[in-house]
Design a protein around this ligand. Sequence first.
Ligand code: HPA
Length: 247
Amino acid sequence: MLAIIGGSGLTQLANLAVERREVVRTPYGEPSGTLTFGRLCDQPAVFIARHGYGHTIPPHEVNYRANVWALKQAGATSIVSVASVGGIRGDLGPGTLLVPHQIIDYTWGRKCTYHEGCDAQVVHIDFTQPYDPELRQMLLEAARDAGQAVMDGGIYAATQGPRLETAAEIDRLERDGADIVGMTGMPEAALARELELPYAAITVVANHAAGRGDSRLGIQFARLEDVLRESMERVRRIIEMICIEPR
Ligand code: HPA
């Protein structure tokens, strides 16, 4: 079963034919909200809103462990994450959709593994390719089928938030090779890997990152909502086309 984790601007999936909602508890605490079960493209699917349905949970307080655990427990076999980001590279302006292929993790202090506690084994997962290549291809194909332009590949810098970055921090991320910046990519991707759930993301550029393009002197919050509303509609169309049953 395909799981979708919706980010800012995607607190529900209009195209999900809802069958039931379920409150799930996990050994790691409460997920961000109820799981919504339904059908997408006539296949079972489950949806959770990463920041809660009322968008009340900031990125550093999301219980990523509970969310990913709950999806696995509910029968998910792969996860597609939807997330808004800032564009670092000049050509990644507001409204661009991009399926990243790499992550750099700048977050700190988040619960980032299931393998901790006094009697837990030390576990090191392979994370060379943080996003599942096959699921990425499925997303790119779905975008093609939906007639939506999506960029293939990019390096996602995961920052701590909730504040946005300084211009100098964005310069540093660029020197590190990052193309986009967001606050929720980690530890979500690593936790999915720990639970052996193929994971890929579709990101929506909401704004030029701090100090870039029309964010040169500051980020224009007033425009973000309009960009996200339009772009998430495109993301919904893409998700509707993910018709092949993932592993
Ligand atoms: N920085 C970090 N996260 C974001 C941004 C940004 O500029 N835009 C949307 N999410």
